[in-house]
Design a binder for this molecule. Structure first.
Ligand SMILES: Nc1ncnc2c1ncn2[C@@H]1O[C@H](COP(=O)(O)OP(=O)(O)OP(=O)(O)O)[C@@H](O)[C@H]1O
Ligand SMILES: [Mg+2]
Length: 243
């Protein structure tokens, strides 16, 4: 709750919104069936906001995050992130956008099993061609942030689920993204571990004034957000309107 209050105070400071969606539509066609996964969504998110998108399975949360994260393109409508219209980027620029400006955290962690904890965290930074010294310094800083310094030489199968998710958070933050997208980050964790992971995300988001968009079924996870939106059959409404 404290996080929410502090975040709200900081929202008015900035003029440039972080994420802006205007009439975004995304459909999938499977055989004869046409599925409108995201149905005419317009949404503005300010820098530093922590927004939860809630809604039942199949309502379009992952599709929406994928569009904002540049993993997919909309059929129509525009998506701007930090003033840049990502729906207009070339494939190469979109890849750069994903690598440099967005951190993505998935439900199933997506760690690389043959790399250690430290190597998993370092990976996106290594791809930017940083020196070994820079990489090490940044990795140690992040491992300390997520309280995993002592597990850094372990492999993913040698740590717990909550620890894996904290590795994924550190990895998502290594390039200092302004925007973090988290898709059910607590979906595979027990409720206590889920709270720890959400605490870590909320603390880091507050420290670095990172904008977070979280997709979740869990009202407990969503309670860490400064704003809750509800998604139903591809459409968004504020959580208050939907209840
Ligand atoms: N690649 C695809 N091809 C066809 N249909 C798809 C594809 N991906 C998703 N869908 C459909 O689009 C709709 C939205 O899916 P999406 O994965 O965004 O939902 P979700 O809200 O993330 O669900 P969950 O909570 O189960 O993760 C669903 O009806 C789904 O079946
Ligand atoms: Mg999903």
């Amino acid at each position: 709750m404290l996080y929410a209050a502090r975040h709200r105070l900081s929202i008015g400071e900035s003029k440039q919104s972080m994420v802006e969606l205007d009439s975004v539509i995304k459909t999938y066609t499977l055989g004869q069936q046409r599925i409108v996964a995201v149905n005419d969504v317009s949404l503005t998110i300010q820098p530093g906001e922590f927004v939860a998108i809630m809604g039942k399975s199949g309502c379009g949360k992952t599709t929406l995050l994928g569009l904002i994260g540049g993993l997919d393109r909309p059929d129509s409508g525009t998506i701007s992130v930090n003033g840049e219209e990502i729906s207009q980027l070339t494939d190469a620029d979109l890849t750069r956008y994903r690598r440099d400006q967005v951190g993505i955290i998935f439900q199933f962690f997506n760690l690389i099993p043959i790399l250690t904890v430290a190597e998993n965290v370092a990976l996106p930074y290594s791809l930017q061609g940083k020196s070994e010294r820079e990489i090490q310094a940044r990795v140690q800083e992040l491992l300390s942030d997520v309280d995993l310094v002592e597990r850094q030489t372990h492999y993913p199968h040698e740590i717990s689920g909550g620890e894996m998710q904290r590795v994924a958070i550190a990895r998502a933050l290594i390039n200092k993204p302004q925007l973090v997208l988290a898709d059910e980050p607590t979906g595979n964790l027990d409720s206590r571990t889920g709270h720890q992971v959400m605490e870590t995300m909320a603390r880091l988001s507050e420290q670095h004034r990172t904008t977070v968009v979280l997709a979740t079924h869990s009202s407990e996870a969503a309670s860490y957000a400064t704003r809750k939106l509800h998604m139903r059959d591809g459409s968004l409404s504020s959580a208050e309107e939907s209840t």
